[in-house]
Design a protein around this ligand. Sequence first.
Ligand code: ADP
Length: 368
Amino acid sequence: MDELVEAVYSALSNVIDPELRLPITELDMVGEITGNGDELSVEIKLTVSHCPQSKYLEQESLKQLREVFPNATVIMKVMSKAELDELKLKLRGPKKQNPFGQGSSTRVILVGSGKGGVGKSTITANLAVSLAQSGYQVGLIDADIFGFSITQQLGITDRPTRLDDMMLPPIAFGVKVISIGMFLAGNEPVSWRGPMLHKAIEQFLTDVYWGSLDFLLIDMPPGTGDVAISIGQLLPNAKALVLTTAAKAAALVSVRSGLAASKAGHELIGVVENLSWLETNGSKENLFGSGGGNQVSKELSVATGKEVSLLAQIPVSRQLSASSDAGRPMVLDFPEEPAARVINSLAEKLSQLKLGKESLTLNVKLST
Ligand code: ADP
């Protein structure tokens, strides 16, 4: 490589593609370089003409080049079909496949509850953002096909960018997210039978470019139906977190959902109790009963023969709800709020989770 080309590549290696999260120099997006140090012109090749990051890539490339070559200009182009095919091959290998199968180094965590409305999506979204804020590469699949709400909770209005049959997931607060909500017009209901649901989950795993993830969180649908069975087949190494509320009725259903996950071969990481109490002026009121989390932990421990600890109790928090409604998970702006502290400490516990079957249990318990 001659000196000029080397200097151009060095400057442009600072430009990171926001969707692929790699330097554009590693994505073969740098085209023809013409001129010399005084009159330099560099082609930047977008993956697709409708690339939503086009403006950003142009401005950032210009900025980085002009640090070294003050008169540099940038010409935006689009990759040819052959160049795009080459890039897809580089990113995902010769065959489309589920990247989270045997040998994957991603910790896959299913968040399930049994009942709807217990705060599963809210907690999953906050956990994902909390892990991303700690520097982990995090993906989130909204597998609650009928009751999807993750896009709204994370304020996502973008759709995945399509590179032919490959999709780049929108990224919110550092989390790569995919949800059926991104493929529907408005608030359209989804009434699909099992095979369609299986296909959707499969595509979320194989057609989406996830890159290398530390964590993949899955917001499970309530119940033990088709999606849960498909996930059992497609993600045999996933571990499950069981969410309940303090109420006895929710606890009974959560036990069933935990047992179903265990039957499907997923190790149970632990139990999380949401809506545990409302604290006002230092006094705690059990709005929805008490003991649900402990009950689920005990019953699942007996049934599976392994300790399934109660890992967290999340209080009722108006801010948690308001932040989710505003599309900015609470852990971002209110980390000192009690509910956010509990969620951040739960994320910290999850980050200690090891891969592999030997280290099935988390050696941390609730410390209250
Ligand atoms: P699910 O995914 O289990 O159906 P959601 O996450 O959609 O439930 O939560 C249901 C409602 O409860 C939402 O309005 C959410 O903001 C609210 N919520 C969840 N957890 C809490 C909490 N700890 N305190 C206050 N509101 C909560």
